[in-house]
Write a protein that binds this ligand. Structure first.
Ligand SMILES: Cc1ncc(COP(=O)(O)O)c(C=O)c1O
Length: 122
C-alpha cells in the first residue's frame, strides 16, 4: 500500500516516487481528489521520527494507507518498542473518511467521474 499523512492545516504528505515507492493508481487518485478539493499535497520523504513527533504534538491529525485492495484504510496506531505512535484519537479521521467515500462513490458510479477514470466493460 501507499501511505498519506494529513496535517492540522488540512495539507497532506505522501512519500515521493523515488524508486522504492510503488506508483499506485490509488495514490494517484487520492492526490488528484485532494488537490481538486484545494488541499496542498506534498510528495516528500517523511521519517518515522517526524511521524512520532508530529503525532505527539498534534500537528499530524490523520494517517491512512491506500491501494486497490485496501481502498483507504486509516492508521490509528503504530506499535513500537520505543512506545506506540497514536495518531489523532487512534480511530481514523474525517478527511480520511471523506476521501474514501469520494473514491468509492466514483468507483460505484454514485459520484460523477470528472477525471475519465471509469470504463464500460463489455
Ligand atoms: C508495494 C505496493 N505499494 C502500493 C500498492 C498500491 O497500488 P495500487 O493503488 O495500484 O493498488 C501496492 C499494491 O499491490 C503495492 O504492492
Amino acid at each position: 500500500m501507499n501511505v498519506f499523512f494529513v496535517f492540522d492545516d488540512g495539507s497532506m504528505t505522501t512519500p515521493p516516487l523515488s524508486g522504492t515507492i510503488l506508483p499506485g493508481i490509488t495514490r494517484d487518485a487520492i492526490i488528484t481528489l485532494a488537490r481538486k478539493e484545494g488541499r496542498t499535497v506534498r510528495e516528500e520523504r517523511y521519517s518515522i521520527d517526524q511521524w512520532r513527533a508530529d503525532a505527539a504534538s498534534g500537528k499530524l491529525r490523520e494517517t491512512f494507507a491506500c491501494g486497490t485492495a485496501a481502498v483507504v484504510s486509516a492508521i490509528g496506531r503504530i506499535k513500537s518498542t520505543k512506545g506506540d505512535i497514536v495518531i489523532g484519537n487512534g480511530d481514523g479521521g474525517l478527511i480520511t473518511a471523506a476521501l474514501k467515500a469520494k473514491l468509492v462513490g466514483i468507483q460505484r458510479g454514485d459520484i460523477a467521474d470528472t477525471e475519465g477514470w471509469m470504463r464500460k466493460i463489455g
